[in-house]
Design a protein around this ligand. Structure first.
Ligand SMILES: [Zn+2]
Length: 697
């Protein structure tokens, strides 16, 4: 039985016109694969739309039963029942959205365009169902007498607040407007993603004169030659906006004009009119967020978002940013003077520009610390680094990793590892997908195909994935990573551990606030560059020789160099994010003018562009709106947490690791993160260790 409103929504779902519905949809079958992973080879593009629609229909039916139930609302029949609904949608959605990021195609993008507004409406149908909300509220109001365990209390609170924050307590007229805002927002989100991917992959810098390659390391030349050949331009060199291409090019290319062209291509993405321009989208989404926040009784979008985070409100964020921004900017200005002096030797009288920064930073690093980033790369073959990350986790938590051969994967380069406890108990799986492809969006992330929870009394085992865009192998040389890429590998692996270790009984309490979620990831980066750990994994890819002490010492000395730049370019983007989301007006903004005024207000120097500019700031289009500050917030936590190991004089101190796993990693979002942290550390976090690590004090 379905209510008329739900039926109407479901019946308006357009049918698949062009493609006949496949006979057997793998999403409707049991998966008889190893560990029950998705049967990727059987899942075709045409399966997604019907499966996602079926998932929404099933959940709608489940919701209806909960909302229309005659029994008195209880924690079990309402809150837990809601938590259990939507499993089919989750199953189809997890595969679909993972592939949208890692291996998309024009057909998947078309499905995404169709399905996102339907999903937005589906969520609204749940949250704006008056009978359902009444039942949730009844349980919420009775909470004091329910004798709930902490995780149950948390689930109830999250559920109730989730409804209120989605507009359940608004008037019917306001709810109509809320639905319209959500529908429009979801359309813009899809459009933004499509335009950004298109603009990023469309840019090409083709070099046909060997002289223009001067300064570039051999590995980068080989990769560029291979990319050109693939693009039908054999004999030339192709550079792109993918991380492994653009960043080393900017560090090493002597040709200043080409550096300028490449960086400008990056900075002007989605900002040049035409069908990849996103300025209007950015301005419109900001306005919609203001309207939505104010409809819900908040002053700004940031107030709405931050209430659910450790920072609590915009003042909390600006307060922390302020403590770090000023010293970081001072250090960046000193760095600028050093680079300008270095540049004067090459080009007397010329002014340092953004496309010169990385190039001269590399030169200063070599001169001042006798350290060349290229010298360490042979010790960072990707398999060795991955094994290093695994080894750190083994030493800390006693877990083991074994590659699973022959398991279904969505792309042939993807690999899968089984994670087991020391006693052999199965813990979960981790897929790794490390190199750029045309259908993969930029950046690096962790995601899940299956999240752990207690289903019918049995623990569901997690399946997580790390997706990155690291330097690819070239010729017969394995992929050799930069130290940044090494840190990123450890970072995403840390998110993976968080996903693997969660031991809650509910799916709805797995997630943690944005500004806490980067703690498990960033803390792993601390181990990556410790000499003791480097000796475990950093071995020369040809000779097997362990990284020499002298090289490690140089690397350590050079580590704080460039932290002014790194902190400032990141924080400029954080401040820009906060400025966008503390807007109180829905008036359309001139995106470029807004950005310029914001950055000028903070005193950003012209030689350092923010890490992301508004037209391609993917984070804030998605879940990091008023949340990009999270990395530095979590950095305070991770530096302070790592300090706990250092204080013990043992980077692998078993008691500290056990406590971190039990109090932080296994808890997910079952309790207040500030409380979790206090329990691990015995006190609140301090800013000191972060400033010290970055050489900012
Ligand atoms: Zn992260």
């Amino acid at each position: 039985m379905r209510t008329a409103a739900l039926l109407a929504v479901l019946m308006t779902l357009p049918a698949l016109a062009a493609e006949p519905a496949p006979v057997a949809n793998p999403f409707s079958a049991d998966w008889k694969t190893p560990f029950g992973v998705p049967p990727f080879a059987e899942i075709k593009e045409a399966h997604f739309l019907p499966a996602l629609k079926e998932g929404m229909a099933q959940q709608a039916a489940e919701i209806l039963l909960i909302a229309e139930a005659k029994a008195v609302p209880t924690f079990e029949n309402t809150i837990v029942a809601l938590e259990r609904s939507g499993q089919f949608l989750d199953r189809a959605g997890s595969v679909f959205f993972n592939l949208m990021g890692a291996e998309t195609t024009p057909k998947l993008q078309a499905v995404n365009r169709e399905v996102m507004p339907l999903m937005a409406a589906h969520r609204d149908d749940i949250h704006l169902n008056a009978k359902l909300f009444q039942r949730v509220r009844t349980v919420w109001e009775a909470r004091a007498g329910l004798k709930l365990a902490p995780d149950q209390a948390r689930l109830l609170e999250r559920t109730y607040k989730g409804f209120v924050r989605a507009g359940a307590a608004l008037t019917p007229d306001q709810q109509v407007r809320m639905r319209a805002i959500n529908a429009e927002q979801s359309k813009h989100g899809v459009d933004f993603g499509d335009r950004l991917l298109k603009a990023t992959k469309a840019f090409q810098l083709v070099v046909d004169q060997p002289a223009d390659l001067a300064g570039l390391p051999e590995g980068l030349r080989m990769a560029a030659a291979a990319a050109a050949k693939k693009a039908g331009q054999e004999g030339k060199w192709l550079f792109t906006l993918d991380g492994p291409s653009i960043w080393p090019f900017l560090e090493y290319a002597q040709n200043r004009e080409l550096r300028k062209r490449l960086l400008t291509g990056y900075l002007e993405r989605c900002n040049q009119g035409g069908d990849t321009d996103t300025n209007a989208i950015v301005s419109r989404v900001a306005a919609l967020r203001v309207e939505k926040a104010q409809l819900l009784g908040y002053k700004t979008w940031a107030d709405y978002v931050l209430e659910e985070n450790m920072a609590k409100d915009p003042q909390g964020v600006y307060g922390l940013l302020d403590q770090i921004w000023k010293p970081a900017l001072e250090v960046a200005k000193k760095e600028r003077a050093e680079l300008q002096a270095m540049m004067a030797k090459d080009l007397p009288g010329q002014k340092l520009e953004p496309w010169d920064w990385r190039y001269y930073a590399e030169k200063v690093k070599q001169a001042k610390y006798d350290f060349d980033e290229e010298a360490v790369k042979p010790y960072f073959a990707i398999d060795a680094v991955r094994q290093g990350a695994f080894a750190v986790a083994s030493k800390l938590y006693g877990i083991t990793f074994t590659e699973v051969q022959g398991i279904p994967v969505y792309q042939k380069d993807v690999r899968c590892f089984e994670v087991q406890e020391l006693d052999g108990r199965h813990l979960g799986l981790i897929y790794v997908d490390y190199h750029p492809r045309p259908g993969k969006r930029g950046g690096a992330w962790m995601s899940s195909y299956r999240s752990p929870w207690l289903k019918d009394g049995k623990q569901v085992d997690p399946v997580v994935v790390n997706v990155c865009n690291f330097t690819a192998p070239a010729g017969d040389r394995p992929a050799l990573l930069t130290s940044d890429e090494v840190r990123t590998l450890f970072h995403e692996f840390g998110h993976g551990l968080h996903g693997l270790f969660y031991k809650g009984r509910y799916r709805g309490t797995a997630g943690t606030p944005r500004d806490f979620v980067e703690l498990p990831s960033q803390v792993m980066e601390n181990w990556a560059m410790e000499p003791e750990v480097l000796k475990l994994y950093a071995k020369h890819y040809k000779t097997g020789e362990v990284i020499p002490d002298a090289l490690m010492a140089k690397m350590k000395k050079a580590a704080t160099f460039g932290q002014g730049f790194a902190t400032v370019e990141y924080m400029a983007a954080s401040l820009l994010d906060m400025d966008w989301h503390t807007l109180t007006t829905t008036k359309p903004q001139d995106t470029a003018a807004f950005e310029k005024a914001s950055l000028a207000k903070w005193g950003l120097i012209a030689e350092i562009p923010p890490r992301y500019r508004s037209p391609y700031f993917n984070h804030i289009m998605g879940g990091y709106a008023a949340g990009y500050y999270s990395y530095i917030w979590s950095a305070v936590l991770d530096s302070d947490a790592f300090q706990a190991f250092k204080e013990k004089g043992n980077l692998f101190d078993a008691a500290t690791a056990a406590k971190f796993r039990a109090e932080v990693l296994a808890k997910g979002g079952t309790e207040d993160p500030a409380l979790l942290y206090q329990r691990f550390r015995g006190r609140d976090p301090k800013v000191g260790p972060l400033l010290e690590k970055r050489g900012l004090k």
